[in-house]
Write a protein that binds this ligand. Structure first.
Ligand code: PLP
Length: 426
């Protein structure tokens, strides 16, 4: 296939001819009997190996303050680890709580506490409101949406732009409706678009008037230090901007080492205003006598300080950047100029966002599946799995080895073109 004319400009005859050629490419693809998977944003095993040193740590039993890490206690986590997260997230160590392995669990704890108890500034628990709604930038992280659905929180969407959520759309939703209680943001290298929320957008979101007095922004900075290029972008300072604009309790910041050390055995952290932090710890105190401080200590020993984390992330980058390059090469090699797809070239994070011809994303995913390539279900980056344009596909290239990413993406590009031709020839 060589023509780089937009497919929509082809005559009916040319379209039919091209459909025949690309069908043959697809049949050849199916013949190969591939078994490849681009569905989940998991670290590859070579990435996990970078942290195997953790398995021989900690070498000591006490933190700098002399606390025996094997025992109960220390609900907010070891101080040296809080200092590392604080440095990475650009917040005060006093704002940080280090917990168990999952930041998603911390987000769930925060939401359930807001529902059952309300926040420090809530007129009543959220569950006593007739309706609770959340603003969801789309495309976004599927688990954020399934968590809200599970908890009975309604979702209203706004577009996710290259510099963060569409502020005017958010303003319009939150200004007069007190049932809109919060919103999600993945501020840095967003899942799945790779967008980075600018300081200007962050400042507006923190300052904007909201009808709900207890409006919360769940600032999920899962990819704060997950750079794919030498330009190590700093996240906007959510807590600082919020407190400067008189809404210190609006944001709650989350992060974890899931994609830094071990995805299933890292450390998660939260950072918040003094009032929110005390509120969270009070709730947590009914559920836990303290986190896994042995794991905290081994992370402290493993990294030493925040620069140790940054150096470690460069080793991750060396392993995964070629996989992102392979995605870009496969897509532009086959599809550029055809005007049937757009995709991101992220400078960090774990995903490539692929938008295909409207109405063909489900077909692309089905074609890929038949050819042995598993893709995330079309629409999964939207609340209730409903992509109104059926065009969005999230690609996750980190887990398979490079040769598999190359093979899978060459196949995906064929499927994208075939689905577009089928649709245009109709
Ligand atoms: N937040 C985002 C945006 C993610 O993409 C992921 C994992 O893919 C998580 C949170 C999960 O974080 P954790 O492993 O700390 O629960």
């Amino acid at each position: 296939v060589t023509s780089q004319t937009p497919l929509s400009a082809l005559s009916a005859d040319d379209l039919a001819a091209r459909l025949t050629t690309v069908r043959a490419d697809y049949d050849a693809l199916k013949e190969r009997g591939l078994k490849l998977d681009l569905t989940r944003g998991k670290p590859g095993s070579d990435q996990l190996d970078l942290s195997n040193g953790l398995l021989d740590l900690p070498s000591g039993l006490k933190d700098a303050a002399g606390t025996d890490v094997r025992n109960y206690g220390g609900l907010d986590g070891l101080a040296e680890l809080r200092a590392i997260f604080a440095d990475l997230l650009g917040v005060d160590a006093a704002a940080v709580v280090c917990g168990g392995n999952s930041s998603l669990t911390m987000m769930h704890q925060v939401l359930t506490a807001l529902l059952l108890k309300g926040g420090p500034d809530s007129p009543r628990p959220w569950s006593q409101e007739p309706v609770v709604k959340f603003v969801c930038p789309v495309p976004g992280y599927d688990r954020h949406f399934t968590m809200l659905a599970e908890l009975g929180i309604e979702m209203v969407t706004v577009p996710m732009n290259a510099d963060g959520p569409d502020v005017e759309a958010v303003r319009a939703l939150v200004a007069d409706d007190p049932s809109v209680k919060g919103m999600w943001i993945v501020p840095t290298y967003a899942n799945p678009t790779g967008a980075v929320c600018s300081t200007e957008v962050a400042a507006e979101l923190m300052a904007m008037p909201t009808a709900a007095p207890d409006f919360r922004i769940l600032w999920d900075n899962a990819y704060a230090v997950h750079h794919l290029t030498g330009e190590e972008i700093k996240s906007a300072d959510a807590l600082g901007l919020a407190s400067a604009s008189g809404h210190p309790n609006r944001p709650i910041v989350f992060a974890s080492t899931s994609k830094i050390t071990f995805a299933g055995a890292g450390v998660a952290a939260l950072a918040a205003s003094p009032e929110n932090r005390a509120w969270y710890l009070e709730r947590l105190g009914f559920a836990s006598i303290g986190p896994d401080k042995v794991n905290h200590l081994r992370h402290i020993e493993f990294f030493g300080d925040a620069d140790g984390v940054r150096a470690h992330m460069r080793r991750h980058r060396d392993l995964i950047a070629p996989k992102f390059d392979a995605v870009e090469e496969a897509l532009s090699g086959r599809l550029s100029g055809l005007d049937i797809a757009e995709w991101t070239v992220p400078s960090g994070g774990y995903f490539v966002n692929l938008d295909v011809l409207d109405g063909t994303a489900s077909r692309v995913v089905a074609l890929a599946k038949e050819a042995g390539i598993a893709l995330t279900p079309a629409g999964s980056a939207f609340p209730h799995g409903d992509d109104p344009r059926d065009r969005n596909i999230r690609l996750a290239p980190t887990f398979p080895v490079l040769a598999e990413v190359e093979a899978a993406m060459a196949g995906v590009a064929v499927c994208v073109e075939l689905a577009a031709l089928e649709s245009l020839a109709r």
